[in-house]
Unconditional design. Structure first.
Length: 263
């Protein structure tokens, strides 16, 4: 029996932006490997289906749903479809995020709003619609994917991203404390410098080459290497399990010690 046997995990952002393993894709598959039934939601129907196919190929019962998390009607439908198929939601995993480089002069007001809509409002909408059935069941776990950029400046100028991820942290804490006595737990994972497809799509332009980016990011980590999507996924499985039943309102860095270092 897996540590999440027969539970239902609804994963927003379960696709990968490029070849390989993104945080959401790895987490969805890891939930399945732990025994959960998994709903793979992504703005790209192809990416959602790809993750669901990987999970199904490993023996997981999985459902793929296309959804733009900035559209409340689509989020509500993803929750409805999950309940229609599986009857409940035990785990809500909010992974959707984007990075817009630049400081206030470079980021337009429209881009700022888009960053907040995708990175924060999408999580709020998922919680808004998934929390009621969790409360009705008397239990549930919510895991929000933030970033160490929410608590540290990492040498890149992405003011909208950092601000939005800081908001994710407080959204997490507020939800956790509001519903702690009603069987719900809510935590955030703060990935550090991770080697995922996203960095090659959205950050590599800040370096002379992708190879230079990888070298610099590895060197910046106390461990001498970046983390992987599986480091995030393993933390997510633990936080969703009964082994973490007394852990809530925690913003957990998964960063190889980077935020603990003074220089």
């Amino acid at each position: 029996m897996g540590r999440l046997q027969d539970r239902v995990a609804l994963v927003f952002g379960a696709g990968s932006i490029g070849p390989g393993w993104g945080n959401g894709k790895a987490s969805a598959v890891a939930y399945g490997r732990a025994g959960a039934k998994v709903v793979c939601v992504d703005v790209s129907p192809v990416a959602a289906a790809e993750t669901a196919a990987v999970a199904t190929g490993e023996g997981t019962e999985a459902l793929a749903i296309a959804c733009d998390v900035t559209r409340e009607d689509e989020v509500a439908e993803a929750v409805r479809a999950t309940l229609a198929r599986f009857g409940r939601i035990d785990i809500l995993h909010n992974n959707v995020g984007r990075v817009k480089m630049g400081g206030p002069p470079e980021v337009t007001a429209e881009e700022w709003r888009r960053e907040l809509d995708v990175n924060v409002t999408g999580m709020f909408l998922a919680c808004r619609h998934a929390i009621p059935p969790m409360l009705a069941a008397g239990r549930g776990v919510i895991t929000n994917i933030s970033s160490i950029a929410s608590i540290r400046h990492l040498g890149h100028d992405y003011v909208a991203y950092s601000a939005s991820k800081g908001a994710v942290n407080q959204l997490t804490v507020s939800i956790a404390l509001q519903y702690a006595a009603r069987g719900l737990r809510c935590n955030a994972i703060l990935p550090g410098l991770m080697e995922t497809p996203m960095i090659f799509q959205q950050i590599s332009g800040q370096f002379a080459s992708p190879e230079d980016m990888v070298k610099a990011r590895n060197a910046a980590c106390p461990t001498g290497r970046m983390g992987t999507a599986w480091d995030v996924a393993n933390a997510a499985v633990f936080l969703a399990s009964d082994e973490a039943s007394y852990i809530t309102a925690v913003c957990l860095p998964v960063d190889g010690g980077l935020t603990a270092r003074s220089m």
